[in-house]
Design a protein around this ligand. Structure first.
Ligand code: PLP
Length: 387
């Protein structure tokens, strides 16, 4: 996703998102390399505990990617053939793919036009006798309307999963992301808030679901290597079909080191977002996404909607030409050829998401930027918009 090399030059290409790796991060990985454990060992447990402490969740299960975390969540909930899981149309494909991995059917719900967050009213319309779960996506870093979603889940006996790959560090009505759903999924891909290269985690307060996900990430085997060593036995049993979705200790060392910096980075992201808000507030041709009262936004992305839906391609190209790495998140998942062909999810299924797709633009936002970078982006954007 990131193609530019790091640079100190203020006129250099500014990607929409980018990792920040400091000397102590590198030292933490080197220390892990010199230790006895390279794959899942004490540093993975330490990282899981650190994420739990940060989010307020009780159990954390680290896995090899955010996508693996979503898959583990679907498996833990027992999603299988014939089951439907409601997902928002406006998200990364992995949110829906994890349902398909399990043989289930993703059912796409529309999003609200102001926030691009899953619309609980539309979710309610799409619930059937086969619905088993809802996956809410905290698009751009803003928590969904969890009170409404939780209420729906309760009334219909559904599981509620938060795809919080954008919202690590966010909060809803004073409650932290990680405590708002039955299972909460994070990604540590380099464009996300903190990185382990590739990596992900599911957090939950449910010990049975956590145990199931631990087994799932290790081939479906009932004990891991360390547990057998402690117990002084070679014997293990594979009790179900799982995968090798383990995170390594090298990655976990990086994750724990990065997590310590997250509070400062969140502050930075919020500050930069406020500078964007203020600078774009009087640009009539663009509209920043709305932030709902009671939400503490984690700002993975800064997304604007262009008022004129016909100019996005031209504005995008103009920004790129001037070194601004604008992007578009996302083509609604149901419009990808795979979904149209496999699930017959034709255009018209989620009109708000489809209309939004024509006008959205993601502007650069990451912890390595400063206020001058934001000013430069807004300046170029205004130029491209014609004043
Ligand atoms: C990044 C992301 C994922 C997938 O995470 P990976 O770690 O890249 O597998 C899933 N859902 C959303 C919303 C994401 O942004």
């Amino acid at each position: 996703m990131i193609t530019s090399p790091p640079s100190e030059d203020s006129s250099a290409f500014l990607p929409y998102g980018r990792q920040r790796i400091e000397e102590d991060d590198i030292a933490a990985v080197v220390a892990a390399l010199r230790s006895d454990w390279l794959t899942t060992g004490p540093r993975v447990s330490e990282f899981e505990s650190a994420v739990c402490a940060f989010t307020g969740a009780q159990y954390g299960v680290a896995v090899s990617s955010g996508t693996a975390a979503l898959h583990a969540a679907m498996h833990a909930l027992g999603i299988g053939p014939g089951d439907e899981v409601i997902v928002p149309a406006m998200t990364f494909a992995a949110t829906a793919n994890c349902v398909v991995y399990q043989g289930g059917t993703p059912v796409f719900a529309d999003v609200g036009p102001e926030t691009l967050l899953i619309d609980p009213v539309d979710v309610a319309r799409r619930i059937t006798a086969n619905t088993q779960a809802i996956i809410a996506v905290d698009y751009a870093g803003q928590p969904c309307d969890y009170d409404a979603l939780y209420d729906l889940a309760q009334r219909h006996g559904l599981a509620l999963v938060a795809d919080a790959c954008h919202s690590l560090g966010g909060a809803y009505k004073g409650r932290r992301v990680g405590t708002l759903a039955d299972l909460t999924v994070f990604s540590f891909h380099p464009v996300k808030h903190i990185t382990t290269g590739e990596g992900g985690m599911v957090v939950t307060d449910n010990p049975e679901l956590a145990a199931r996900m631990r087994r799932f990430r290790n081939h479906g085997i009932d004990t891991d290597h360390r547990q057998r060593e402690v117990a002084g036995t070679w014997a293990y049993q594979m009790v179900e079909l799982g995968y090798n979705y383990r995170l390594t200790d090298l990655q976990a060392a990086l994750g724990t080191s990065q997590l310590a910096k997250l509070p400062g980075w969140l502050k930075k992201r919020r500050k930069l977002a406020a500078v964007y808000d203020a600078a774009l507030g009087n640009v009539a041709a663009v509209k920043s996404l709305a932030v709902r009262p009671g939400n503490e936004h984690a700002y993975h992305l800064y997304v604007v909607r262009l008022v004129d839906s016909g100019v996005r391609g031209q504005i995008f190209a103009g920004l790129r030409q001037q070194g601004i790495g604008a992007n578009v998140h996302y083509l609604p998942v149901h419009l990808h050829p795979y979904y149209q062909e496999t699930f017959r999810t034709l255009p018209g299924l989620c009109p708000c998401a489809e209309a939004a797709y024509e006008t959205i633009l993601t502007l650069p936002l990451h912890q390595g930027m400063d206020e001058n970078d934001v000013t430069r982006v807004v300046h170029v954007l205004r130029q491209e918009l014609g004043g």
